[in-house]
Design a protein around this ligand. Structure first.
Ligand SMILES: Cc1cc2nc3c(=O)[nH]c(=O)nc-3n(C[C@H](O)[C@H](O)[C@H](O)COP(=O)(O)OP(=O)(O)OC[C@H]3O[C@@H](n4cnc5c(N)ncnc54)[C@H](O)[C@@H]3O)c2cc1C
Length: 313
């Protein structure tokens, strides 16, 4: 029996594990781009105890692990993902302690903002309509309407390495963060594998009606800008202040509006979005982003930096 089958059997037969275990799970079903081949083994623990259990087993067998949040910033390879894809999407929960909102990694911003409206807690409205999970937003240092996650984060609980015993607390230190950069990305870059378990956000008391109104305005703006018209992973390139204009405008000015490879197209209504018109492959997206970078470099001299993450085999 190979090690993936071994892990599946251990989880399936243990009273310490609850959750989903699937072989060859198509990642197009689990990403907002609707792109990606199969995850060899897909595990979605139902709770933190099950997550700890499976992490210890994965660690013991030294299996490669890819951590999946809401899948809203990813282009998964057409060949799929090797080893175990560990989804934190089922780890949900929100608790307010009088000062901070503690959200488990898999909690979505829709759920967080519904809670904020109900409890009269302000400060997170800018993130209304942000797809994906709390953990993914912390990892990416998501930024919406001039507010970054690092502006509202008080701290996080995380694991480093894939051993459950390595649970750590991250206390907010602004020096660790930059535009669309987090210390968790930096840890990843240096070979460690951080898994964010929960995030604590700073909030304040406010009128539910006012919070609801602000959220609705941000949502309407996203709708107006066509964010949800077709499957995508949001903005493809980071905005670089040194370029003096947004990446979408730079792409438009390079004459690339609506340029298409296969079913991957630069959204005619948003230069920095690539949309999947139906059957786009990860290779189509890769090729299109490469061509955009080359054309922009040739015409304006700017080096666009990808925000979307290419992963898998
Ligand atoms: C329509 C649309 C609009 C968008 N608008 C915005 C926007 O306004 N601003 C913005 O910043 N982004 C935007 N995005 C991009 C995306 O929603 C964000 O980057 C989001 O925060 C990613 O979260 P996720 O849970 O989906 O992460 P995923 O896509 O699942 O993963 C992204 C990365 O984070 C890692 N990761 C995920 N969860 C964890 C965890 N718990 N622990 C450790 N690592 C983890 C993954 O391994 C991966 O490397 C948009 C996307 C779409 C589709």
């Amino acid at each position: 029996m190979n090690n993936l089958r071994k892990i599946a059997e251990i989880c399936n037969t243990s009273a310490d594990f609850n959750g989903k275990i699937l072989f060859d799970e198509p990642m197009r079903e689990r990403t907002t781009f609707k792109i990606g081949g199969p995850a060899e083994l897909f595990i979605e623990p139902a709770d933190e105890k099950s997550l700890m259990f499976v992490l210890n087993e994965l660690h013991a067998l030294k299996l490669p692990v890819f951590i999946l949040g809401g899948g809203s910033n990813l282009v998964v390879s057409d060949k799929g993902i090797e080893g175990c894809t560990l989804s934190v999407a089922a780890l949900k929960g929100i608790r307010f302690d009088g000062a901070c909102l503690h959200c488990q990694a898999g909690t979505s911003f829709d759920e967080i903002l519904d809670f904020c409206i109900l409890q009269g807690l302000g400060g997170l409205e800018n993130f209304a309509g942000l797809p994906g999970s709390a953990g993914g937003a912390v990892y990416m240092n998501a930024r919406c309407y001039e507010k970054s996650i690092s502006d509202v984060l008080a701290g996080a609980e995380y694991l480093c390495g894939t051993k459950a015993q390595d649970k750590k607390h991250y206390g907010m230190n602004a020096a660790d963060w930059d535009y669309k950069k987090s210390p968790f990305m930096a840890m990843h870059g240096s070979g460690a594998q951080p898994l964010i378990l929960s995030a604590s956000f700073k909030v304040y008391r406010d009128e539910p009606a006012r919070i609801k109104q602000k959220c609705a305005e941000y949502m309407e703006d996203r709708e107006r800008k066509g964010h949800f018209r077709y499957p995508s992973a949001g903005s493809v390139f980071k905005n670089n202040r040194a370029f003096g204009k947004p990446s979408g405008q730079i792409i438009d000015e390079a004459g690339l509006r609506a340029f298409r490879i296969g079913d991957a197209q630069i959204a005619p209504w948003h230069g920095n979005f690539i949309v999947n018109l139906g059957n786009a492959s990860a290779d189509n997206i890769k090729e299109l982003t490469a061509q955009i970078r080359t054309e922009v470099k040739k015409k304006n001299g700017f080096e666009l930096e990808c925000e979307i993450i290419f992963c898998g085999k």
